[in-house]
Design a protein around this ligand. Structure first.
Ligand SMILES: NC(=O)c1ccc[n+]([C@@H]2O[C@H](COP(=O)([O-])OP(=O)(O)OC[C@H]3O[C@@H](n4cnc5c(N)ncnc54)[C@H](OP(=O)(O)O)[C@@H]3O)[C@@H](O)[C@H]2O)c1
Length: 249
């Protein structure tokens, strides 16, 4: 199965690639010198993304529920077995997958939903980063981790306390690891990127909530109706520019 190892120069691992920002970003990163490993649960949507990317880029879909955190190490191992590290110049992990639910005030959480939120938004990017750092220790090319963050990491929002705090934790994690890794000659560089308000499934979930769960729901509806939400493709271009700049320096 792994006999034909991918030998393109830039490798990207993107979580949450089946829709929204991750989907647009996968299409944006697709170049003839790139290899993409795309992770999400929805098979049909991921296949569409691969189709969209076309034939010029190596793109492989990995159907996986990130909440299965015990299997994360194996997922990364499987990916790395397909990468010929002698042939590539960079490897980039983009922790993009995220969930906004449960959208409700503290006091009304269901344990399972709260755990899912913290897992997908916080534990997964942290553990994937940890595995990535460990398993690329001997690789001397560029190593980048980009954690997709949010203004919510810095601005308290009623009804979104889990989302805000999970994003906030990843911001601080990224800052700590950035300092740690700067001690090494061949360390990983880790960044966060806040895309602003984007017209995706995630944002539409906000507009459907009741005031008792999301007291400021009107402001989200207003924002959505005003036409000022960013298109995922625009954000994907911004992220692509950001990453390419880091890869080229
Ligand atoms: N939209 C905004 O306004 C906005 C603003 C700031 C930050 N962000 C951040 O941007 C990132 C992308 O958000 P988006 O707006 O593009 O959201 P989205 O359209 O809802 O897409 C979320 C992606 O995450 C994947 N995902 C969710 N749970 C998963 C799981 N358990 N296992 C594997 N994949 C999972 C989904 O794929 P499957 O369902 O196929 O698994 C999907 O591809 C998130 O980190 C979000 O916090 C978004």
């Amino acid at each position: 199965m792994y006999r034909n190892k991918f030998k393109k120069k830039k490798v990207f691992i993107i979580t949450g690639a089946s829709r929204g920002i991750g989907r647009a970003l996968s299409a944006e990163l697709a170049r003839s010198d790139s290899t993409l490993f795309l992770i999400a649960r929805n098979k049909i949507m991921l296949e569409k993304v691969i189709e969209e990317i076309g034939q010029n880029t190596c793109a492989k879909s990995i159907l996986f529920d990130l909440r299965k955190t015990k299997q994360l190490e194996k997922i990364v191992e499987d990916i790395f077995m397909q990468v010929d590290f002698k042939e590539i110049e960079s490897i980039t992990l983009i922790n993009n997958a995220g969930i906004i639910s449960p959208i409700t005030l503290a006091g009304g959480f269901k344990l399972e939903d709260a755990v899912d939120n913290l897992k997908v938004n916080c534990i997964v990017p942290i553990i994937l980063s940890d595995i990535f750092i460990r398993k690329t220790k001997d690789f001397k090319g560029k190593k980048i981790i980009l954690n997709i963050s949010s203004d919510a990491a810095k601005t308290p929002k009623e009804g979104l306390s889990l989302y805000c705090s999970s994003k906030s934790a990843v911001e601080m994690f990224s800052q700590c690891v950035s300092r740690e890794q700067s001690r090494y000659k061949y360390g990983v560089t880790i960044y966060t990127f806040s895309p602003g308000a984007v017209d995706t499934h995630m944002f539409s979930e906000l507009t459907k909530k009741a005031k008792e769960d999301l007291p400021n729901v009107d402001s989200y509806v207003l924002l959505s109706n005003s036409g000022s939400l960013k298109h995922p493709r625009k954000v994907a271009k911004e992220i692509n520019r950001f990453i390419r700049e880091k890869l080229d320096t």
